[in-house]
Write a protein that binds this ligand. Sequence first.
Ligand SMILES: [Zn+2]
Length: 250
Amino acid sequence: MKQLETLAQTRRYSRQIMLPALDLAGQEKLLNSKVLIIGMGGLGCAAAPYLCSGGVGTLTLVDGDTVDLTNLQRQILYTDADVGRFKAEVAAQWLQRQNPEVQVHAVAQFADATLLAGLVATQDLILDCTDNLQVRQQISDACVEAKKPLLSAAAIRFEGQLCAFKNDGSGPCYRCMSRLFGEQQLSCLDAGILAPVVGLIGVQQALWAMLWLSGAADLPWHQLRLFDALHSQWQSFSLVKQPGCYCQAP
Ligand SMILES: [Zn+2]
């Protein structure tokens, strides 16, 4: 178990260590946590800096895509000079400058079932920051197999959604949710997105991750949260297991 060793480390995180619900013990839990972020688009770019600055010990960033000019409006870790470079690598460099104490690994490959099976098993928490239905299902399946908690998020137009799945057999999985609510087939390419909407949802993923990993609070597991940016309203729906779903296969 790693511990905070220097005064500089304690000072870096002092404003969250002073929170009674988090405390030194919570900070050391963060230090010993491994988080896998799949997709370094708008959600990943919003979530990763807070996890890194807040002292999550190990971050692994997965994305096989390269930076495009159309990404810069919302994927705020990238600049014009990064166009054509791998997002995972640019983001890892950015985060390493932000907090050199965090171990940041870049995996510049598109996620598939094989890659995910290898990566997910060693993590404490997985953030789905992708925008592809097939990959989302593969991420969910890998988390169900390995019994790893998953924070799933999506944003499009003026709408965001978020749900935490425990994947320990106690509740539904991402596939259960998509059976009930249908699937978001559209992408930002087809439908557009207002940048702060995706930023807000990504930061909410980071908030949930830090609350749970530090032990400061439990999460509203298996409750789908929908955000309507045009009316500044959140809605919540409780999810249940769907019979015959992948998560209940013997
Ligand atoms: Zn399921």
